[in-house]
Write a protein that binds this ligand. Sequence first.
Ligand SMILES: [Zn+2]
Length: 174
Amino acid sequence: MNAINPYAPPKAELDLFLERQYWRDGKTLVLRRNSALPPRCVKCNAVTDGEAAVRKLHWGSLLTLHYRKVKLDIPLCATHSRRYRRARSARLTLRWLSLALVAAFFIAPQLSRAFTLSGYFVLIPIALLLGALAQRILSALEQPLKPLRIDADFTRLRGADKTFLDSLLDFPGR
Ligand SMILES: [Zn+2]
């Protein structure tokens, strides 16, 4: 059954292509869908001890149906890992504080009585808006890499360090 196909690419070349799952395209990090990154910090190129930030990356819009998401382990050194963990815990703390505030508002009657109608219609919307804005800023800060494009085959990411990108081969595709 193992007929030799004279048109097949040389085995070694094929293996190399299949093994290499990540490249650079200028300032963009390109990686094959579901592929892993090398164990080096994407922010300073230091060798990591397997430490990585697990991130769900979203791209596109549900409205236009061009929407994709990928889950990616992003390798980070101890210093950078700490930085992104701090941003994440700041966001989660803020979220819990707002939830606690809303709960307190409903639980403590004297607190809600202190609010007049203007409180309900002005202060709460403003607080909600500021909260949403802060969440947005903090969630951007906790992303080491930002998706530029996610398609069926490749994920393109911005934000990788230059020394990390310099260590990669140029993307051979489009
Ligand atoms: Zn680092």
